[in-house]
Design a protein around this ligand. Structure first.
Ligand SMILES: [Mn+2]
Length: 361
């Protein structure tokens, strides 16, 4: 009897594994067919005529913007009524990329209530366009950790891969859909990969990102990858004419930990001198304005692109000590390599905050 149970369990396990592998990408190709699923869903919703908006997260970065445009372009070529949208103003890097490849900026979608949407580059409600609770989510294409607080009314096509950039996944979708990538779309996806992976140096960069970037670089006819990256970053790190508040909220996210709301901002500078100058400015601003940010703790990572190091700033009660404990750093000297991923930092902070809450309780 025991042997039979064991046999049945093993058999179930083997079948499960086979099914899993059948659904996994094989040689860079994914066998899932989102369009078959999606068309049925749209028909079911009776909304064939209504456009579907492909949209990324708030405080849009270049991956969010370029992936939305490229994915909408792919869907259009597959005869779906899709349009790219953004959920806020573009940063200077994204503006540079769109201008460079001569692609117009997508309109801003203020509220998604009643809209058909495909979400790219995020999977949490706090980073989604307002009104997401009242939207018809048709697909999610993303490369982030699963937090899973976005709810949908019907089953969605959810494509999520542990790669450095959503654009890498979007490029794969072109291949699966048998659609050629033109020079402009190649340029946007190439730039997005460089942006999200810091020129293929971040800890999140995978071989698939590298291969995809190489291939897209050729299609986009870019000769020198690093030169293009630095040109792009020069724009990104040009904060002239921006207030400290605008700078600090350009790339800003929140997370909850230990019953506290934490803010996390990433600011890029070109070299060490620029990093020190800007972090001085931001520290001064935050010391005066912390109470108006609406969070319990505020962390800022000011990184510099040349030597690839970052200086952390922390504001709020004991925030500095908590950050130092989380990252095993000296509280007076909060430097670390840039390629420590932001999510790893956020996780480490959360762990320290959870532990201290448990100790209090
Ligand atoms: Mn991304």
């Amino acid at each position: 009897m025991k042997a039979l149970k064991f046999f049945l369990r093993m058999w179930g396990f083997i079948v499960g594994m086979l099914l899993t592998f059948a659904a996994l990408p094989v040689g860079g190709e994914c066998r899932a067919q989102p369009d078959d699923i999606r068309s049925a869903l749209i028909e079911e919703l009776g909304e064939v005529e209504k456009p579907t908006y492909v949209i990324g997260h708030t405080c849009p970065d270049s991956d969010t913007v370029c992936s939305a445009i490229a994915y909408a372009n792919l869907k259009q070529q597959l005869n779906f009524k899709c349009e790219a949208r953004v959920s806020g103003a573009l940063n200077r890097e994204s503006e540079f990329i769109l201008k460079y490849f001569d692609v117009p900026a997508p309109p801003v979608l203020e509220n998604a209530v009643g809209c058909n949407v495909i979400l790219v580059d995020h999977n949490v409600a706090s980073q989604a366009v307002s009104g997401i609770d009242g939207a018809n989510i048709l697909e999610i294409v993303d490369h982030h950790n699963l937090f899973g607080d976005i709810k949908s009314n019907s089953p969605v096509f959810y494509l999520r891969m542990p790669v450095g950039c959503t654009a890498t996944i979007v490029r794969m979708c072109y291949r699966n859909g048998n659609v050629d990538v033109d020079k402009k779309m190649a340029g946007l996806m190439f730039a997005a990969i460089l942006s999200d992976t810091d020129n293929l140096r971040s800890a999140t960069t995978t071989n698939l990102d590298r291969q995809t970037a190489d291939e897209l670089q050729k299609l986009a006819e870019i000769d020198d990858r690093t030169k293009f990256f630095l040109d792009m970053e020069r724009e990104f790190t040009d904060y002239s004419g921006m207030t400290e508040r605008e700078i600090i909220f350009t790339d800003f996210k929140t997370f909850d930990a230990g019953g506290l709301k934490c803010g996390y901002s990433t600011v890029a500078t070109l070299d060490a001198e620029a990093r020190d100058e800007l972090s001085g400015r931001l520290a001064e601003f935050m010391t005066e304005n912390f109470s108006s940010t609406g969070v319990d703790m505020f962390f800022v990572k000011v990184h510099e692109i040349e030597n690839y190091t970052a200086k952390m700033l922390a504001f709020g009660n004991s925030a500095r000590e908590i950050l130092a404990a989380a990252l095993n750093l000296d509280a007076e000297n909060l430097f670390l390599p840039v390629n420590v991923p932001n999510k790893k930092i956020a996780r480490a902070i959360s762990a320290v905050l959870e532990t201290s809450r448990q100790q209090v309780a």
